[in-house]
Write a protein that binds this ligand. Structure first.
Ligand code: PBG
Length: 336
């Protein structure tokens, strides 16, 4: 019957490859693994102290003793790196944020302890002044409120050196000042820290998706209605992202990052295609909060959207992802 008609069948049947799980497994182009994740954590002073971050369900600020347990869990799960963010005692915040460069400040102490207790876990630290400034900006202000680039870079260099001296494996400048990668790289070399890696927040946009993070580190109040548009990138631009990445690579970055994540997958793809260096995406606090809120309402399936969102970064070209889901996703992947 069919033979009498030469055209009743589709010439191709792509569904053949989707028919069963074993074939889908065989032809899958991208895979997630716990090795893809960097887990951002919030640390504060004290002992046995945990505080929930209300806009980031499941995320807490932890004291060092509690963070050590998290570090050990990461090692067990195969998560290669922790990214440390401090919630600083407000009494230590100043207009110039100089506590950032204190060699005995919270972050250097936490780095030393983590590297001592858990040497097999990579530790990355944020280089930026916002957790330490009384105004919540990432730099030092002039009389008009403009962020002074070169004075800020000097402070960032001191901060990076304090972290390197404490033994951090990787520093991640997230401030978006001009020329900071070169200045930090020079200083690291000059002080013999030749192994300290730099992951540059190269294409970091002035995004409204950072709100919950600012709750976590306690800068939202200080920042008030102010924005970061005079140093972070305009969300309308992508060519500019390529220029920023090119500069950071030329200045000595080992790895680059695009941030935020899911709304900027096009930028991630362009960066990876153009430069072919280790390229990371940051699934930021607001992205996490959206998925958590929808899942809490029963509007989305938590585990399914978590894994789908993370896989999307791999598909778009990311070599790895900073994600607050790292532990949950690694546990789920272990079971698969
Ligand atoms: C600070 C910094 C921010 C984030 C990482 N480092 C916030 C900001 O730039 O205001 C955001 C991370 C997130 O939202 O998860 N320089």
């Amino acid at each position: 019957m069919h033979l009498s008609n030469p055209t009743p069948f589709p010439a191709n049947r792509p569904r053949r490859l989707r028919r069963d799980a074993f074939t889908r497994n065989l032809v899958r182009e991208h895979r997630l693994s716990s090795h893809d994740f960097i887990y951002p954590v919030f640390v504060h002073e004290g002992e046995n102290r945990r505080e929930a971050v209300l806009s980031m369900p499941g995320v807490e600020r932890l004291s060092l003793d509690l963070l050590l347990d998290v570090a050990r869990e990461c090692v067990q799960l195969g998560i290669p790196y922790l990214a440390l963010f401090p919630a600083i005692d407000p009494a230590l915040k100043t207009p110039d944020g100089k506590e950032a460069a204190n060699p005995d400040g919270l972050i250097p102490r936490v780095v030393r302890a983590l590297k001592k207790e858990c040497p097999e876990l990579g530790i990355m630290t944020d280089v930026a002044l916002d957790p330490y400034t009384s105004h919540g900006q990432d730099g030092i202000l002039d009389d008009t409120g403009y962020i002074i680039n070169d004075d800020t870079v000097e402070m960032l260099v001191a901060q990076a050196l304090a972290h390197a001296a404490a033994g951090v494996d990787m520093v991640a400048p997230s401030d978006m000042m001009d020329g900071r990668i070169a200045a930090i790289r020079d200083a690291l070399e000059a002080h013999g820290h030749i192994h300290t890696r730099i992951m540059a927040y190269s294409a970091k946009y002035a995004s409204s998706f950072y709100g919950p993070f600012r709750d976590a580190v306690g800068t939202r109040g200080a920042l008030g209605k102010a924005d970061k548009n005079v140093y972070q990138m305009d969300p309308a631009n992508t060519d500019e992202a390529l220029r920023e990445v090119a500069l950071d690579i030329a200045e000595g970055a080992d790895m680059v990052m695009v941030k935020p994540g899911m709304p900027y997958l096009d930028v991630l793809r362009r960066v990876k295609d153009e430069f072919k260096v280790p390229t990371f995406a940051y699934q930021v606090s607001g992205e996490y909060a959206m998925l958590k809120a929808a899942a809490a309402n029963g509007w989305l399936d938590h585990d399914a959207v978590m894994l789908e969102s993370l896989l999307a970064f791999k598909r778009a070209g990311a070599d790895g992802i900073l994600t607050y889901f790292a532990i949950d996703a690694a546990k789920l992947l272990r079971g698969q």
